[in-house]
Design a protein. Structure first.
Length: 750
């Protein structure tokens, strides 16, 4: 028999040890991520007293796949529309926190005399907090429904997005000779170009493909297709110079806008959990106790940097974003830990060969320590605020507490000019990127291919005509889009002085399209400039006058909008969309939170009138979501079932009490579950049987003995139902179903 490959042996060792350790961590109510890291340390090369992984290369490959699937899952939970709806407050806080903590990390690295790359990567690692650990801590402390928790989660989503960008930037910096401003700007523009291109093209292609194949998609094929798309985008991403993780995230964010997103999240969860576990185990395998002892001082300094930096700079970031002092401190103290992205950034640095080997275990140690301290830091926020409130002058405290209230939630009406220019700029940028991408692909791949089949000039002509037919809807949209919008018409009618600037906006867009056409014609034909310009203007006029091209352009835009809104429409149809009045409640210090009724809840089967939520907690149940049904404004007769999602309105304290009661009021586990087995037993009635001469209803078999009579034996083969009027007689043979103890009691009574 062939010997088992080392990879299978290593996986067996990793998964068995990881499973055992994580069960212990689950019992201790600690994050599972730490359990995986400890398991990695136990099977790693630096632990001499246990079995060790032999083929580290294969494990590292699996770990890289784990990073890819982790970021794919992160993309599935992300939505560009969510970011746009967050407003400026989380965006301002995120930018301030990341910049401040990254700068602090770089400074600490320079103080210890570490290299420039070590310091830069250290700054990137310290800037990232942990979404998983904070979410777990909020859940354990019963704070997930409080308003500041929602703000922190918004910032963490943005941090994860910026971490992806940071990874691409760090790769560009590591591959360059020096991290100068021009290189950084070029990297940002390159990221933006491909981000817009992939997202726009992806939203045209992927949702349309899934919609047309929806009837054919089983769970099995959906897993294969979604993971295949993830790997495809990862390959494309590495081909153009980015990381595979970046491509996986982009594909996840594209799939997040489809109707199938929830199903994909559920189906790929086991795959993500498996490969993610292997990744975190591989992180633990790099922990060297000797390095931890040697760098104990930097580790302690970095821990203090995280705790004090997030407490002070994080709080300041939230305050500058418009939050009062108490809320800002609760948010800042919550983020005082190093997140999982630090390990991914460290892995990137090691794979690029630009950071030292000691940095990885140092950051892992810092992450472990700060993770253990996270619940205590969250609890310390309110006492620290109380101490600060007592020591600061009253007017300072009052000013800090109401710092954000003076401008938060105020809506500034944008002028028609601002709205029109913003729409035109976004439209022109998106379609210009598409034109550049299509032109590049045609000249790079199609033109050399067609030249092998046709003479040079014929090949150029075919390529040019095909390229113009593809680009014409995009070019027409650049010129004509928003020329008949409400803002354009209002400005045109409002004042004659607006007309010249409006005409100028049209001319600018015509010039952009003419530049594209000039480049294409000049590249393929090499005509004189006057001829090329004339040809470009003729093509532009034909595009503007073409009604078929107009219909084609409108059809493409409608398809894009349909794909972009498909998940939102599906949520609205199935009753899962949050009510529009939610944002208005924040001014009254109350908000809406979602609660999932546990399957073992004592509330299940009871009506709202019996549960008396309003009297007990002061909250209001605005909606009950059950499957695809949504019951708005439920009355007192509405029954609560396991798995229902309740949308509840209240303030932080009321929702906290409601959440605590929901977790506590559970049906206790049956300790004697093995004795509850149901069995079928034949019983012959004797003369001393207590229900001789009684009917089935009069016998009390159900109520007294908790058993059910399923039939009366009539002959050797026949079993008949008992007639309700039949009176039991001595010698009757009945068949009863019940638990073992109940049947034993019945037998003793017979």
């Amino acid at each position: 028999m062939a010997e088992l490959p080392h990879l299978i042996k290593d996986l067996a060792l990793i998964l068995v040890v990881a499973g055992t350790v994580t069960l212990i961590f689950k019992k201790l109510k600690q994050p599972l991520v730490l359990g995986y890291i400890v398991a990695g340390f136990l099977v790693g090369p630096h632990m001499p007293y246990t079995m060790t992984v032999t083929d580290k290369g294969n494990i590292q490959t699996w770990a890289d796949i784990g990073v890819m699937f982790l970021l794919f899952s992160l993309g599935l939970d992300f939505s560009f529309k969510k970011i746009l709806k967050m407003g400026m407050s989380p965006i301002i806080a995120t930018i301030i926190i990341i910049f401040s903590m990254a700068t602090l990390g770089v400074g600490v690295g320079h103080i210890f005399g570490w290299t420039k790359m070590n310091s830069i990567f250290l700054g990137g690692m310290l800037a990232m907090s942990s979404t998983t650990i904070i979410y777990k801590a909020y859940d354990d402390l019963g704070l997930r429904q409080q308003s500041f928790a929602g703000l922190v989660m918004s910032v963490l989503i943005l941090e994860d997005i910026l971490a992806i960008v940071m990874m691409v930037m760090l790769s560009a910096v590591a591959n360059g000779s020096s991290p100068d401003g021009g290189q950084m700007l070029g990297s940002i523009l390159r990221i933006g170009f491909f981000l817009v291109l992939w997202f726009v093209v992806g939203l045209f292609v992927v949702p349309t493909f899934l919609r047309n194949t929806r009837k054919l998609m089983t769970d099995e094929t959906m897993v294969v297709v979604s993971l295949g798309l993830c790997c495809l985008m990862s390959w494309i991403s590495t081909t153009v110079g980015f990381s595979s993780a970046f491509g996986a995230f982009i594909m996840g964010s594209i799939l997040a806008e489809t109707i199938e997103a929830d199903k994909i999240i559920r189906l790929v969860e086991p795959v993500k959990s498996l490969f993610g576990a292997i990744f975190f185990v591989s992180v633990g395998m790099l922990v060297d106790p000797m390095i931890l002892i040697e760098y104990s001082v930097p580790i302690l300094v970095l821990v203090l940097t995280i705790l004090l930096g997030q407490s002070i700079l994080g709080t300041s970031g939230f305050m500058l974003s418009g939050q009062p002092l108490k809320t800002a401190m609760q948010c800042g103290f919550s983020m005082a830990q190093v997140g999982e992205f630090a390990f991914i950034i460290a892995s990137l640095g090691l794979s690029l060969g630009v950071i030292s080997d000691f940095l990885y275990p140092v950051v892992v140690a810092v992450s472990v320590i700060t993770t253990f301290l996270t619940p205590y830091m969250i609890r310390m926020a309110e006492p620290c605020y109380g101490q600060l409130e007592q020591r600061l002058p009253k007017r300072w405290t009052r000013w800090l507490n109401h710092l954000g209230s003076s401008h938060q939630h105020t809506v500034l009406e944008q002028s028609n000019w601002r709205r029109l220019l913003r729409k035109m700029t976004v439209n022109t940028a998106i379609y210009s990127i598409l034109c550049v991408a299509v032109t590049t692909l045609m000249f790079t791949f199609f033109l050399p291919f067609i030249r092998t089949l046709l003479p040079h000039w014929w090949a150029n002509g075919v390529c040019g005509l095909l390229l113009l037919s593809i680009l014409s809807p995009f070019m027409r949209s650049i010129i004509m889009k928003h020329n008949h919008s409400d803002e354009f018409r209002s400005l045109w009618i409002e004042s004659r002085l607006n007309r010249l600037p409006l005409i100028f906006t049209v001319l600018v867009r015509v010039t952009i399209v003419a530049a594209f056409l000039f480049y294409i014609c000049n590249y393929l034909a090499r005509f004189a400039n006057a001829v090329v310009i004339t040809l470009a203007l003729v093509i532009i006029v034909l595009m503007i006058l073409s009604r078929s091209l107009k219909k084609r352009s409108i059809r493409l835009e409608r398809l894009f909008v349909k794909n972009l809104k498909s998940r939102e429409i599906e949520a609205q149809v199935h009753g899962r969309r949050r009510p529009l009045y939610e944002g208005r409640l924040l001014d009254r210090d109350i908000h809406i939170s979602d609660f999932d009724i546990p399957h073992d809840s004592k509330w299940a089967g009871k009506s709202l009138l019996q549960l008396r939520f309003r009297n007990r907690f002061g909250v209001h149940v605005s909606s009950v979501l059950r499957g695809i049904q949504r019951m708005n404004i439920p009355n007192g007769e509405t029954i609560i079932f396991p798995g229902d999602k309740l949308q509840v309105i209240g303030n932080d304290e009321q929702l906290h009490q409601f959440a605590h009661a929901m977790k506590v009021e559970l049906v206790p586990e049956d300790e004697h579950i093995e004795d509850r087995e149901m069995t079928l037993k034949k019983l012959k009635l004797t003369a001393r049987c207590p229900f001789i001469g009684k009917t089935l209803k009069e016998s009390g078999l159900r109520d007294e003995f908790n058993v059910m009579v399923v039939g009366l034996e009539a002959g050797q083969k026949n079993l008949t139902l008992i007639n309700p009027s039949h009176k039991f007689e001595e010698g009757d043979i009945i068949w009863v179903v019940g638990e073992t103890t109940s049947l034993l009691q019945l037998a003793l009574a017979n």
